[in-house]
Design a protein around this ligand. Sequence first.
Ligand SMILES: Cc1cc2nc3c(=O)[nH]c(=O)nc-3n(C[C@H](O)[C@H](O)[C@H](O)COP(=O)(O)O)c2cc1C
Length: 409
Amino acid sequence: MGTLEGTRVLLGVSGGIAAYKAADLVRRLRDAGAEVRVVMTAGARQFVTPATFQALSGHPVRSDLWDPAAEAAMGHIELARWAEIVLVAPASANTLARLAHGLADDLLSTLCLATSAPLMVAPAMNQQMWAHPATQANVATLGARGVVLLGPDSGGQACGEFGAGRLVEPPAIVERLAALRAPGVLAGRVVVVSAGPTFEDVDPVRFIGNRSSGRMGFAIAAAAAAAGAEVRLVAGPVHLPTPARVARRDVRSAREMHAAVLAAVAGADAYVGAAAVADFRPAVAAPDKIKKTDGAPAPTLLLERTEDILAAVAALPARPFCVGFAAETGDVEAYARGKLQRKRVDLVCANRVGAPGEGFDADDNALLVLGPDGFRLDLGRAPKAVLATRLVELIAQRLPAPRAAGARA
Ligand SMILES: Cc1cc2nc3c(=O)[nH]c(=O)nc-3n(C[C@H](O)[C@H](O)[C@H](O)COP(=O)(O)O)c2cc1C
């Protein structure tokens, strides 16, 4: 019996040079026991004929949203309901952009909106197209929404260039699909994630904040949900959509986040503190807007320490597995090791902020994960969605066995 026995896979093929590899992919999916139906974009038809996919899948290939005969046989909504997994391989830069923006102007994009099945995309394109900020922003949007990103691989490209943008090879795609169908590595686990900045009010119109966008934390919440966990996300003030299958609670200040996280971690298996919580707040928030008065000196702000949320969770008697983040501009590793020891947490993810294109409010991040037993794993630089998946896999590996019911805090 194949690893995908009886799984109904809707394969979307878009217009890239790697479309020819999708033919091999169909064969391998069927070898693994999947039932495959293929939808091609108009671009994909420029590279491979529908007849190839029809012969390999054993079903007519659909391309046109406006084909009355095909709609009468199996309407596009029916097709969207039929799918247990939607896989877009290769996913062109154009198709990624259309999916990220929710367009529904051809059959494939319409199906991707109309289905409730998990969506997996395997990008393939020229390395410059992949590296373009527009493509990276689209990938980050999709990742934050829970779309599973597969690759791309790096290496020599059909265009003669070298870099990231190669389609992941079909056997690896089939393997990932099978892993997605298997119970997730965090199935049955409860994960709490805090994300984003906090705002500490100075008066009713001003606050002290920071540049965290929340994207790393939201990507972790999405990856944990995709891995089967029940996810409780405590979000500071950010402009991000809630990932699929994630319960979200919005807060503003460190004090509110502290209370929300302590409530959320009751019964949780893991806590990932990815929020950039303010370390200090004005000791008193003025009830009215502070005015500038001619001749009067500028006001002085008296600051006080905020709550240490990570340390508070780590000090609970039946605490969850605790993962902290250390965002620093210099000497990141030494600071992160200190944080690991001081706060007695299970893992610290060190990341450098302030470097162009990395850290706060950027699409990419570079994470170095440290553990108390001398554990050190460099996850490298990658889009936040990719790093989030790697981190979730690592947490799943190191998580203690589930506690007996009733033994939790
Ligand atoms: C020879 C050739 C090769 C191409 N290869 C790729 C590719 O590998 N990846 C990609 O994203 N776009 C590639 N393109 C551009 C896409 O085909 C084009 O953006 C098209 O609009 C994609 O449409 P679709 O996403 O609806 O299939 C290529 C174009 C040509 C002419």
